[in-house]
Write a protein that binds this ligand. Structure first.
Ligand code: ZN
Length: 253
């Protein structure tokens, strides 16, 4: 799952999130010409762990037997190590989102390496194994986040579909409708188990409300819900940096 092409582009375009833009436009177009992925979808949850909403979401995932991936903030993992263990013990994957939810484009190399390094250390100390995946805040990969991923041997993962639960106008029903319309083989769905900066405070509540119907609907569409590792495995095609995009564009936490 090494990404020499991604790293080359990250190196060439550096600081301002341009690689992310490329990943969501050019790469997506190229990847769409590849053979179809397996009918699998991966659910991912960012910004946690949250003492109220992470357990609630774990309970729903457990009820439906769905594995997921949680991209955690180091600061929140440090405050709630028991929740990190609870997520991993339930069979879910834990990835790195950054120590705090800082804007990558406003951080230099040293700050980025410190931020990612601290989060890797915290998660490794709690789980006694190193995290595999890295999704920076707002999914912004630039030169520094790319180098941080490389230094810590993390696989960069963005998403290919979001349902905007952070927005005031989003409802559990609109999440369901959007996902039913856009999800397909290989979709990496962005969700949140905690409210991030700029998000409506009850965004995770809307996600929890939508989740049972969403899971049932995706399965009815013939899509299996799998972990990122399974989705990205060679048999599942292996899109580590830029899954073919639906809903690509600007994203708030
Ligand atoms: Zn986030």
């Amino acid at each position: 799952m090494s990404d020499p092409l991604t790293l080359l582009l990250l190196t060439l375009f550096g600081y301002a999130g341009l690689p992310t833009l490329l990943a969501r436009t050019g790469f997506s177009r190229v990847l769409k010409r590849l053979p179809a992925a397996l009918p699998q979808v991966a659910l991912t949850f960012d910004d946690g762990p949250d003492p109220v909403w992470t357990p609630r979401i774990l309970e729903i995932l457990d009820r439906f037997g769905v594995p997921a991936t949680f991209f955690m903030l180091g600061s929140r993992a440090e405050a709630h190590p028991d929740l990190v263990r609870q997520v991993a013990d339930a069979g879910h994957e834990v990835g790195v989102h950054g120590y705090r939810h800082r804007v990558p484009a406003l951080q230099g190399l040293r700050a980025t390496l410190t931020d990612v390094g601290a989060t890797v250390r915290i998660l490794t100390d709690i789980l006694q194994r190193r995290p595999r995946y890295y999704r920076p805040p707002w999914g912004i990969f630039n030169l520094w986040t790319g180098l941080a991923a490389r230094r810590h041997n993390l696989i960069p993962v963005v998403w290919s579909l979001y349902v905007a639960e952070w927005s005031r106008s989003t409802t559990a029903n609109s999440i369901y409708v959007d996902a039913m319309q856009s999800a397909g083989p290989g979709t990496v769905l962005l969700l949140h188990d905690a409210a991030g900066p700029g998000s409506r405070p009850d965004a995770p509540a809307v996600v929890a409300q939508a989740l049972p119907r969403l899971i049932t609907g995706l399965r009815r569409k013939g899509l299996s819900l799998v972990s990122l590792s399974e989705l990205l495995a060679p048999a599942g095609r292996g899109l580590s940096h830029a899954p073919p995009g639906q809903n690509v564009g600007s994203h708030r936490p």
